[in-house]
Design a protein around this ligand. Structure first.
Ligand SMILES: Cc1cc2nc3c(=O)[nH]c(=O)nc-3n(C[C@H](O)[C@H](O)[C@H](O)COP(=O)(O)OP(=O)(O)OC[C@H]3O[C@@H](n4cnc5c(N)ncnc54)[C@H](O)[C@@H]3O)c2cc1C
Length: 219
């Protein structure tokens, strides 16, 4: 096992007894081993950017994350304060909605944001600060989270639509679950698939999820 590092023009290979893949949605090992399966029923798409002059609503909740429901199947929007001036606003919907529209990212964002009156009002004076970003194939899960000498953590193992803002918590949960397994594997000199086996249920143990692996698909 090991990893290849690229630094500028140079490449190095580091050998190791095990690799913990925490590469987020790049899911390096999952993609290399072709274990990544997009959720067939949950083909989300997001378009987002940072804005100034977003009206964040009343003072007592202006520094909260707000979500808005859109009149589209599985459509919603987020408003996340980055700092006092800058707000991230994104729209999540089914990928088909975007493809069928024929719009570019900006037109799609503006047309869709106008569908929710509160969001439209809050964005009425907003000025975009950077390019729109788009993300597709939102929800996926690896067929398995570990193999001989490797384990995938956080988004490198699975990703669900972030409507409930569970991703950071789940990534930390997966790391907390994996840490003792990895220590034991290193101490015993072997990191076999069976010694590292993990399920979504193991990764999501916080009481608010009731330890329920269904949080992985949120259907
Ligand atoms: C649009 C959007 C909104 C979200 N909103 C929320 C929210 O409100 N609350 C919440 O809890 N979660 C949210 N999430 C989810 C959350 O961001 C992730 O679940 C969380 O960051 C996962 O942590 P991670 O450490 O697994 O991956 P990441 O935070 O993605 O970290 C992966 C790291 O690996 C690095 N990396 C990637 N590939 C390589 C490589 N080949 N070599 C070396 N390094 C590499 C990356 O640069 C990055 O630093 C959101 C996600 C998205 C896409």
């Amino acid at each position: 096992m090991g990893v290849t590092l690229k630094l500028g023009e140079s490449r190095f290979t580091l050998k190791s007894r095990l690799v913990a893949d925490a590469s987020g949605r790049n899911a390096v090992i999952g993609r290399q081993l072709r274990l990544l399966r997009p959720d067939p029923d949950f083909r989300q798409f997001a378009v987002h950017s940072w804005f100034s002059n977003v009206d964040r609503g009343k003072d007592s909740t202006s520094d909260f994350t707000h979500i808005y429901l859109m009149p589209l199947r599985r459509g919603w929007a987020w408003q996340i304060p980055i700092d006092k001036q800058v707000t991230s606003v994104g729209i999540v919907t089914e990928r088909e909605d975007f493809l069928k529209s024929g719009d570019d990212a900006e037109s799609f964002f503006r047309r869709t944001a106008a569908l929710n009156k509160v969001l439209a009002q809050r964005m009425s004076r907003a000025e975009r600060l950077r390019e729109f970003h788009t993300d597709g194939n939102y929800s996926y899960c690896l067929d398995r989270f570990a193999g001989n000498g490797w384990i995938a953590l956080g988004d490198a193992a699975y990703f669900v639509d972030p409507i409930f803002s569970s991703g950071v918590n789940e990534a930390l949960q997966s790391a907390a679950f994996a840490a003792p397994l990895l220590s034991k594997a290193i101490a015993s000199g072997g990191a076999s698939r069976s010694s590292l086996t993990a399920t979504k249920k193991d990764f999501v143990k916080a009481p608010e999820y009731g330890g329920d692996s269904s949080v992985c698909s949120m259907r």
